[in-house]
Structure formats: structure tokens, C-alpha cells
Design a protein around this ligand. Structure first.
Ligand code: SF4
Length: 78
């Protein structure tokens, strides 16, 4: 069976402290977003986070606020 999260094998964040991607409270996530910028699996990562309504952390270069905005835009254009 195909691993729906197989893209993680190529993730640029592998081995990096997860706290970078899950900053406390309102702490900016610039470090995580910078890592995502060069990640070869940014798109599937973001799609996974959107499809699962992941509420926390940075995925695919987007933090919680970015993902909420993307989901709102998607609903409006549907
Ligand atoms: S896009 Fe960011 S969070 Fe997603 S796998 Fe790549 S580095 Fe990790």
C-alpha cells in the first residue's frame, strides 16, 4: 500500500528540532518558513496539512494563519 505521507522521506526538515516548526504562541516562524522555501516536497506537505486541517505548526511554508487564509480563499472560489 502506498504511504500517503511518503513525501516525508525527502523533507528538508528531517532531523531538525521540531520546535522550529511548532513555535510557542505568537512567536514568528521565520526559521521554519525559510527551511520550507527550499524543500523539494513543499507542495505535498502543504496539501496534506490543508486536507487534514492541521491546526498547528508550519507545513509547506505556511503557518496556521496562512493555511486558514488559503482555506478561506479555496471556499470562496468553489
Ligand atoms: S515543506 Fe517544510 S514542513 Fe513540509 S516537509 Fe518541507 S521542510 Fe518540512
Amino acid at each position: 500500500m502506498r504511504d500517503p505521507m511518503g513525501w516525508r522521506q525527502q523533507a528538508a526538515c528531517r532531523g531538525i528540532d521540531p520546535e522550529v516548526f511548532f513555535p510557542d504562541g505568537e512567536e514568528p516562524a521565520h526559521g521554519a518558513k525559510a527551511i520550507c522555501t527550499g524543500c523539494p516536497v513543499r507542495q505535498p506537505c502543504l496539501e496534506w496539512a490543508l486536507s487534514t486541517r492541521e491546526r498547528q505548526g508550519v507545513w509547506g511554508g505556511c503557518d496556521e494563519r496562512d493555511r486558514r487564509r488559503l482555506l478561506r480563499q479555496t471556499r470562496r472560489s468553489a
